[in-house]
Design a protein around this ligand. Sequence first.
Ligand code: DAH
Length: 339
Amino acid sequence: MKERLEQIKAEAIRQINESEALDKLNDVRVSFLGKKGELTAVLKGMKDVAPEDRPKVGQLVNEARAEIERVLDEAKSNMEKKLREARMKAEVIDVTLPAQKNRVGHRHPNTIALEEVERIFIGMGYEVVEGPEVEKDYYNFEALNIPADHPAKDEQDTFYINSDILLRTQTSGVQVHEMERGKLPIRMIAPGRVFRADEVDATHSPSFHQIEGLVIDKNITFADLKGTLAEFAKELFGEETKVKFRPHHFPFTEPSAEMDVSCFKCGGSGCRFCKGEGWIEILGCGMVHPKVLKMCNIDPEEYTGFAFGVGLERIALLKYEIDDMRLLYENDIRFLKQF
Ligand code: DAH
């Protein structure tokens, strides 16, 4: 019996020494020490051993098991150490290499301008709302009192999905959505992307952004419009900024106007920036047309309101003195990181 145990031990150690991988070692452990392993088989054969010899044999088996376990553990930790060393060698870190600079992104000039506009209007108690970019003809044109034969509805100017659905050409449709919700009074701005079938050049893009504004309440007059937009211009372009309203025509407002701001470069005396005018056109606005109110189930005898629409890119270009709109879309890091 003792011999048999010695043999088992020797064979186990031989196999351990031959093992080249951790899973091989585990195979050896199973085949010698496992439930169906060779040492266990010896213990199971104990019934054939004379009762007085059993303690002695038991002890020998335990010694053999302990020895095999010790050699196994040693082999395992040697093997792990070697693997670790190999791994460390493979991934040497050269601490003398220059560190890689962490490039942190920052906001796009459009976003900076938008957040500035939002800040100003939120400060005056306005809500910021959103509307759909894919829009029904009804919201983009019809409900805004734009007649079916209006030139803006031409396929040359508007991207149509089908005869009824299009990519919105203006954020003004959000006015209609808001009024239809039926919650009055309204004091909102609605920034968002708009689309027009334009060729790309320094001042045009098939996709750009507008910020729509709408106020509906009792007793709202053109004086409210003027006061609000004059305040907006001052906050955006500086305390000295003056505003000027020129009569204009929009189908959804009556009366309508375009607002100019005094040139914030020359203060109004005329310079290259304002092309010698002293004034810079900034937005369209007007008193919401009674027809539009009616179509949105608001009684024009009881409620009035004003609306305005401003181009976001126009503000970004003016504020940061960028002379080509394309720069805003090219996403050239060297350009963008200046703002
Ligand atoms: N939607 C107009 C445009 O795209 C801008 C505009 C003008 C919006 C007057 C308004 C407004 O709300 O009252 O040119």
